[in-house]
Design a protein around this ligand. Sequence first.
Ligand code: UGA
Length: 424
Amino acid sequence: MKVATIGTGYVGLVTGACLADMGNEVICVDILPEKVDLINQGKSPIYEDGLQGILKRSVGKNLKATTDLNTAIENSEISFICVGTPSDGDGRIDLQYIKSAAESLGKVLASVDNHTVVVKSTVVPGTTENVVLPILEKNSGKKAGEFGVCMNPEFLREGVAVEDFMKPDRVVIGQYDENSGKKLAELYKGFHCPILRTDLKTAEMIKYASNSFLATKVSFINEIGNICKRLGIDTYTVAEGMSLDHRISPNFLKAGLGWGGSCFPKDIKGLISHAKELGYEPKLLQSALKVNRKQPEILLEMARKKAGSFEGKRVAVLGLAFKAETDDTRESQSFPVIKQLLDEKAKVIAYDPKAEENTKAEFPDIKYAPSAEEALRDADIALILTDWEEFQNLNYSGMKNKIVIDGRNIVKNRDGIDYTGLFW
Ligand code: UGA
């Protein structure tokens, strides 16, 4: 099929590239010419496992990028809106990019027939029907039904987004009408997974409910961990025992410093804020968020107990990305830790194999080490905040005081150090 994706962030580009790899003809649209140029050279503007390979084999064949939205829509049957939906201070999502994409799309639809617009960006329930659809109708002069409208949430984890796209657990198709859903279902017909057809706002809610559930599951095990710690019980054995029950499963039951990234925090806050607007106080979701905010404080308290005041102390912070295998630092749990250390006048020496550049924007004045060993040299205390594999067996011999606080239960080599696990 002929497809356009609007926005070449990680969702838009992965969607476009994977659909091209499946044999579709894809045009990726972005307003930034430098991104478009990179893609057209077969180079990925973001790091995502497998993406570069797909771009290499598809660009120049059945995948191209452009800044020209009109031509892209005129030459496609389905377009995916994959633009960002950032959060405002209160957790409400900002729809400015969605609105402007819908406006541009609507104008082209005035002269294009047989086109289906699909919202892939994460938007609160009701947005596709009450915001996107009226903008499309107003700008095209047509009624929905004359063009198709769908909502198709993404469930792509950063770092394994290509694999998640190609082998999904499920595809959710929210449809305005039967014809719209049928058209989109055709695109996914090669997938060996359940394809669930719903109305538009149900599809939007499935996305929020899924991310909120997973975030709550992690906060749940972290809460159990905080209780276990006081009882001298190993949380990880408790989690293992729970996960043997197939109804619970081991996934997202890894206790630690908590969750970050561009999705869980934004989506749970978005759902809380939307629920409140509807007159409902979502207490469980609020608590999941509270537990998550508390984890960095708990880790710092453990560090204070071991090392005393942070003032003038050299603190090695290992791990800046919100999870391993990414350079993404958005809502990283490492950031509140660093901020507090600086407030308490510690000398912070940070290291991350991939996320140093992104951290510099937030913390330009702390020291960055080129390796974990360099960060540990002469340190009074080490805080391990991201689950990078290279932190499993570090050499602590250069440390001044070998106090190590492990926020991710990642350290295997615990010989000769004063080890404290967040839950152990
Ligand atoms: C998440 C979802 O997993 C995707 O399905 C979804 O499509 C995506 O958000 C999105 O909405 O776009 P992602 O943000 O890439 O994907 O990260 P995850 O791998 O889900 O991890 C989220 C956070 O939870 C990380 O900070 C991770 O360290 C933490 N986590 C995860 C734990 O602390 N314990 C666990 O057991 C699992």
